[in-house]
Design a binder for this molecule. Structure first.
Ligand code: ZN
Length: 209
């Protein structure tokens, strides 16, 4: 496989990119000057040393300054409300919610929604990590999580995921210790959290149930 074929194959792995778009990216790169290509290659190379998965919320972050850093900036921020934990599918959802400036709790990245008829949900969702996080947190006493808010896509698979999480979490922590709520559906039907705007999020959050 020559470099253009290899690159095309690599671009195909990008989210939402099909063969035609992948080929378009390769042609685009072929036309760029040497400086651009070196700059791109160098920065991709540097990503391997600078990205890190947050030990608490599992969000990927760049740790360019402090290589020993284990928590992302949100988990590290003590001014945030530790009592509220919002469950999202991906980092882009956190970025969108943060942009609204309306939520001041913590997050957890689930990694995916749960398709129907899945036999091994633990291989698809970061459920073990979530259970551990909540379990450890509840033993911390004063600052412990009191509410888990599901901010998942308003789709059938999103619903399936919420049902699975509710069942699993209540088995582990007991329903009486933890309030579980879901962003209001009517207001966010079919909406990917990644594209949520301030007013929609505010309404969906205030009417969570
Ligand atoms: Zn984090």
């Amino acid at each position: 496989m020559n470099p253009t074929e290899k690159l095309q194959e690599l671009f195909l792995k990008f989210p939402g990119i099909g063969p035609k778009q992948a080929a378009r990216f390769v042609y685009f790169l072929l036309r760029q000057n040497e400086g651009y290509k070196i700059d791109l290659a160098k920065n991709i190379e540097m990503l391997k040393d600078s990205s890190h998965v947050c030990e608490s919320c599992l969000r990927i972050f760049s740790k360019s300054k402090n290589k020993e850093k284990k928590l992302c900036s949100i988990c590290e921020d003590e001014s945030r409300d530790e009592k509220s934990l919002m469950i999202v599918v991906k980092e882009l959802d956190i970025d969108a919610i943060e942009k609204t400036g309306f939520y001041n709790g913590k997050y957890f990245v689930l990694g995916s929604v749960l398709p129907f008829l899945t036999e091994k949900p633990t291989e698809i969702l970061n459920i073990r990590e979530l259970v551990n996080l909540i379990h450890t947190n509840l033993q911390n006493g004063e600052k412990s999580i009191s509410e888990v808010v599901f901010a998942l896509p308003a789709t059938d698979e999103g619903e399936n995921t919420i049902n699975y999480l509710k069942k699993t979490l209540s088995q582990v922590v007991g329903i009486e210790n933890l309030k579980m709520s879901t962003l209001a559906r009517g207001l966010s039907t079919g909406l990917d959290i990644e594209y949520v705007d301030k007013n929609t999020f505010k309404e969906a959050f205030n009417h969570r149930e």
